[in-house]
Write a protein that binds this ligand. Sequence first.
Ligand code: RIB
Length: 326
Amino acid sequence: MATIKDVAQYAKVSVATVSRVINQNGYVNEDTRKKVEVAVESLNYKPNSVARSLFKKQSKTIGIIVPDITNPYFPELVRGVEDYLIQKGFTTILCNSDEDPEKERLYLDVMKQKYVDGAIIVSNTIERELIDGYDMPVVALDRSIHHDIPTFAIDNRDGGRIAAEHLLEVGCTRIGHIKGPDKVENADNRYLGYLDVVMHKDWFHSGYVVEGNFDQKQAVEVTKELLQNDREIDGIFAGNDTMALGALKAAESLNLNVPEDIAIIGFDGIDLTEMTKPELSTLSQPIYQMSREAAEALVALIEGELVQEKENIFPTTLIKRQSTKR
Ligand code: RIB
């Protein structure tokens, strides 16, 4: 396969001149340009993308950092980002951070070494100061990082309120909550939305809330704990759909019928919620639209445009299915 040196020899010019022609960077007279173009054509030279990245310090690559791709929410989120970016000629590097600041820093270092053009980050731990050190456009998706960084997320507290109110509307009299992980902003806000609805009820006490980890298996155990705290619980709001799947499993293991004995609602609107028996009610996030718009904003930043809105908040949609049909 022809190299840039072969092109230079063929056109009888320097490698630097060939590079300037290929990367359209710097002055080259018309005759020289034509000689290089003939050489490229004749030798069927394909510029090496790594070499181009080194020269232009651009790679047409975008970094995406998410906490855990094994959670079905994130593949749906990444799909919306990637479908847009590929249309604009960008490829992606996908990174699982496990909410670990050291892993986030490692991945940002790798992105810098590879001249990544920008990054879309889902994080509750990364600091604005850390990002400033990498000198590349960043957009926050699903969770905010800093008010100066364009953010695409939903109104989590409103969604938590809607979930709890729906359980009351279908006749639940005692509602428990499986909260997402501590210090994850959106989990905390969904919990606050739940409290907005129930904290003044005469039956409410702290035993009605257990802490999950946005994880399905662990939610089976904490749901059993919740139901042992108070046998009166007849409705559960889980802070995400994977925990709601765990709650369904726990109810089955306790021989509780859903929704007759206990109604269950999740949060996210992942496709799996249509596959369970009973099908799961949920607060659906506009995952694809939100992530696509985040990708559009990042490309605009890379292309030097101003992004007007820093905070882009999307509404959730209540999806009523069998698991709350009482
Ligand atoms: O299910 C994963 C959760 O983490 C979702 O609720 C999403 O909002 C993300 O933050």
